[in-house]
Write a protein that binds this ligand. Structure first.
Ligand code: CA
Length: 227
């Protein structure tokens, strides 16, 4: 997840608590820095402080909601006491939840877990579709419980597709989400990674789930219907 908070002490404290709860945290001190980070591989959730120097947390949230790439990222806004009257504004900005400072680390973790569940992204670290399972904590892939070895990029690509089963993604979309916007990669690179994934899944007959959608790109589906 990405934490955007300008006060170093609060940021450090939050990172510590979130790390102890088992979350990977990337830190940003400003909205501008966060936008740079978001040009890379996307985080699973954003924690945004309301008051930031430069672009405010609310402006950042609005901007991310307008961008199709980041529109469905779960966002939690942190506000200071006295800013609560503005919390409606943060919902206007498309924020999913907010938390007023000071709060306990336990409350923060509980809210994050609830948000991830609501986003269909439960935090037990497992993404399962049919016989295929990815443990996102240990970065391991298995099919029918048997470990399968693939490279880190293949795993990220497969996880992205599996998090949205049956949904077709274009090559450009996959590049933006898995590689990030600031990386120049040719679209056919995706095909190479899909081939490798299919090869790894083939011994289990699971390669058929990684489907080519003609004229679009790829999808992960356990239904047999091919486009
Ligand atoms: Ca602040």
């Amino acid at each position: 997840m990405l934490l955007i908070e300008d006060e170093p002490e609060i940021r450090e404290m939050l990172c510590f608590s979130l790390g102890r709860a088992g979350f990977d945290v990337v830190e940003a001190a400003t909205a501008e820095q966060a936008l740079d980070i978001l040009d890379g591989p996307l985080p699973r959730l954003l924690i945004i402080d309301w008051m930031l120097p430069g672009m405010s947390g609310v402006e950042l949230a609005r901007r991310l909601r307008r961008d199709p790439l980041t529109a469905d990222l779960p966002m939690l806004m942190l506000t200071a006491r006295g800013e609560e009257h503005d919390k409606l504004k943060s919902f206007d900005a498309g924020v999913d939840d907010y938390l007023t400072k000071p709060f306990s680390p336990r409350e923060l973790v509980a809210r994050i877990r609830a948000l991830m569940r609501r986003a269909g992204n439960p935090e037990d670290g497992k993404v399962v579709v049919g016989p295929v399972e990815i443990d996102t904590n240990s970065h391991r892939l298995s099919v029918n419980g048997v470990p399968v070895h693939v490279g880190p990029t293949e795993l990220r690509l497969l996880e992205m597709l599996m998090r949205h089963p049956d949904r077709a993604f274009g090559r450009a979309q996959l590049l933006d989400r898995v590689w990030g916007r600031n990386v120049y990669v040719e679209e056919r690179t995706i095909d190479v990674h899909v081939l490798r994934l299919r090869k790894a899944l083939a011994p289990f007959g699971a390669d058929a789930h990684l489907q080519t959608v003609r004229g679009v790109g790829y999808r992960f589906s356990t239904s047999d219907v091919k486009a």
